[in-house]
Each structure stands twice: as structure tokens, then as C-alpha cells.
Design a binder for this molecule. Structure first.
Ligand code: F6P
Length: 363
């Protein structure tokens, strides 16, 4: 029976458990064995009890749990060759030659690199007499399939990453709560949201809550944004608005890449517009909690598709990442998706914001 490993890696995201459940159950339904690798790559490097076979019942209740029940970690050891050598050895010992990884772009690139090194790692293990030629013989090729789990919705080629809609929902609920108190006191709130280098959460939260102003990394405001923002907010107040909401993406900066700090925005609102202003950093509240229905569905359909992708892979198939494209679950070349994602970051770093926006639009 084919043995398929599943792990979650990088920052947790709501829906990751649903993905693990789908991979485990689809593997069993396809007459394969499923293994959970605990604590991300750390579990692969350590082996032993960190790699456990999962039965149908072991993932009961996973759909409605937040975070990742099999754990995750940012693992330094896997970034070095000796760590990957250990990982390869542990996989052979367990008889696993396919990995489905649910994580962000960094975790998925690491996996593809591992696949590229695979035959060499096995040869080295035989040379070092850690394994015998007979042991490695049946495991010539490693299959890698990526599932994008991240609240940031920052991977190119997919419309939604597992977790982003749960996080967006949580942000909207939080802004609704803040709205009530802001309205009561006629206050202004500067709300910082997550998203690393991606402004999707901030932009969609702004649209969904009717925020007065939004700061995004991909589309920084004009040079005289301070005056512009104040005049927009003043206009809203003059029209009778009793509250002000400004959303700042954590990666937001001006056109010279100087960080836009919530404190600076607060000072402007206080000093220029005389608004009683508070800052709220939503932090990890927006990452935890249960997955919304969309993320449960996305995780389930994509997890099942990932197992199919493993079973249909040939040695020449590039590692795929399972995407959502115009409401359809589709496979895309993992490395190309990561490359396109990095191009956005490069365009931002080069202050080519038109290109950054164009690339985001094209996604
Ligand atoms: O990638 C998910 C994310 O939550 C980002 O939005 C944020 O920048 C980062 O992870 C926070 O990481 P940590 O939990 O390690 O502080």
C-alpha cells in the first residue's frame, strides 16, 4: 500500500485541520495509508513518534477545530542538508514517498527543493551506511503536493488560500465591535491587520466594513497622503459620520518604503482633525478560531485533490500546488506560483507599484 505523509507548516491557518482530515480520509478511501507528520518539518527531521499513521477515526472532529492539531513549526534544521538527510531517512524507515504539505510559499518551496535533492540524499544515506541499497530501492521518486494554508491570501495563481476568509470574517467581526464603541464616543480608530507583504486582508476588510481609509503595501498612498487622508476623513465627518475607521496593513509603507505606523496615523487624526483616536492591533485573534464554511469546503476539496495528484504523478510531473481558480479546484506548477508571488514582492521592493498592482490583478 502506498504511504502518504501529510503535514502543516509555517503559520497556522483556520482550515488546516480540514485539509489534514481530507488527506487522511481520501488516502484511506484510495486504498493508501496516511501518516501525519507532527510539528511540520521538525517532525520529519526527528522521525520516530513524530510520524504517526492516521486512521479514519483519528481525524474525527477536525473540520470544526481552529489552528492545526498536528502542530506546526518554523524549522531551522530542515533548511540545512543534514536535517534534510535525516528527514529522508525517516521517510524511508516509515515507507513514505509522498508528502502533502499545507503551508505558505516558504514551506512549499522547501518541499520542492527536498524533492529535487531526493535521489542524492538516498545515495548519501546508502554511502554512509545509514540505509541499505535494498531499503531505498522502492523509493526512487518523491512526490510533493502543496496546499496553500495562510490567512494572508498571498500566493499567486490561486483565488483564495485556506484560512483567508476565516481571518477576513474575524477582522470584520472585530471592526463591527470597534464600530459600536467608536460610534458611541464619536471616536476614530486606527486598526492594524495582518497580511505580511500582502494587502488582501486590509483591502477586503476595508471594503467589507466601509472603512474611511486603507493602507496597503502594493498600492502606497500619494506623496501628500497625510493631507489627503485628513481631507477625506474630514469630508466624511462633515457629512455626518460619527466614527472613523482607518485600516493599516501590517506591511504598509509610503512610496519610499517607509513604514506607515498606526501611531503616526493616530497623531495626524488627533493633531490635525482633533479626533479622539485609539489604536487597535488585532494580532493573532485574526488567525485563531474556527474555520468559516468556505475554508472548510476549500480545505476538503483541495485535500482530496492533493491525494489524487499524488496518485497521478509521474517522475516528470512538476510538483503541483492545489489552487482555486474561478471557483474550480485546479492544479498549478508549484514553483511557478511561488515565483510569481516573489515577483510581487520584488516589484514592491523596486518601488514599481504599478507592476505590483498589475501582478495582483492578474492573479
Ligand atoms: O503568514 C501569516 C501571518 O499571520 C502573517 O500575517 C504575520 O505577518 C505572521 O504570520 C506572524 O507570524 P508569527 O505568528 O510568527 O508572529
Amino acid at each position: 500500500k502506498r504511504r502518504i505523509g501529510v503535514m502543516t507548516s509555517g503559520g497556522d491557518a483556520p482550515g488546516m485541520n480540514g485539509a489534514v482530515r481530507a488527506v487522511v480520509r481520501m488516502s484511506i478511501a484510495q486504498n493508501c495509508e496516511a501518516y501525519a507528520i507532527y510539528e511540520g518539518y521538525e517532525g520529519l527531521v526527528q522521525g520516530g513518534d513524530m510520524i504517526r499513521e492516521m486512521g479514519w477515526e483519528d481525524v474525527r472532529g477536525f473540520l470544526s477545530e481552529g489552528g492545526t492539531l498536528i502542530g506546526t513549526a518554523r524549522c531551522k534544521a530542515f533548511m540545512e542538508r543534514p536535517g534534510r538527510l535525516n528527514a529522508a531517512k525517516n521517510m524511508i524507515i516509515k515507507g513514505i514517498d509522498a508528502l502533502i504539505i499545507c503551508g505558505g510559499d516558504g514551506s512549499l518551496t522547501g518541499a520542492d527543493k527536498f524533492r529535487g535533492e531526493w535521489p542524492g540524499l538516498l545515495e548519501e544515506l546508502v554511502e554512509k551506511k545509514e540505509l541499505t541499497a535494498e531499503q531505498v530501492e522502492p523509493f526512487k521518486h518523491l512526490n510533493i503536493v502543496g496546499l496553500v494554508g495562510s490567512i494572508d491570501n498571498d500566493l499567486s495563481m490561486t483565488d483564495a488560500t485556506i484560512g483567508c476568509y476565516s481571518s477576513l470574517g474575524r477582522i470584520c467581526e472585530s471592526v463591527d465591535c470597534i464600530d459600536a464603541t467608536a460610534l458611541s464616543h464619536q471616536r476614530a480608530f486606527v486598526i492594524e491587520v495582518m497580511g505580511r507583504h500582502c494587502g488582501w486582508l486590509a483591502l477586503m476588510a476595508g471594503v467589507s466594513t466601509g472603512a474611511d481609509y486603507v493602507f496597503l503595501p502594493e498600492n502606497p498612498p500619494s506623496e501628500n497622503w497625510e493631507a489627503e487622508m485628513c481631507s477625506i476623513i474630514k469630508r466624511h465627518r462633515d457629512l455626518g459620520k460619527r466614527k472613523t475607521i482607518v485600516i493599516v496593513a501590517e506591511g504598509a509603507h509610503d512610496r519610499n518604503l517607509r513604514k506607515i505606523s498606526p501611531l503616526h496615523v493616530k497623531t495626524l487624526l488627533t493633531d490635525t482633525l482633533r479626533l479622539d483616536t485609539r489604536i487597535t492591533t488585532l494580532g493573532h485573534v485574526q488567525r485563531g478560531g474556527t474555520a468559516c464554511a468556505y475554508d472548510r469546503m476549500l480545505a476538503t476539496l483541495q485535500g482530496a485533490e492533493a491525494v489524487k495528484a499524488v496518485l497521478e504523478a509521474t517522475p516528470d510531473t512538476p510538483s503541483p500546488v492545489i489552487c482555486m481558480v474561478e471557483n474550480k479546484i485546479e492544479r498549478r506548477p508549484l514553483l511557478q506560483a511561488v515565483k510569481q508571488t516573489h515577483e510581487v514582492a520584488e516589484a514592491i521592493a523596486a518601488k514599481d507599484f504599478d507592476r505590483a498592482m498589475g501582478l495582483r490583478d492578474a492573479e
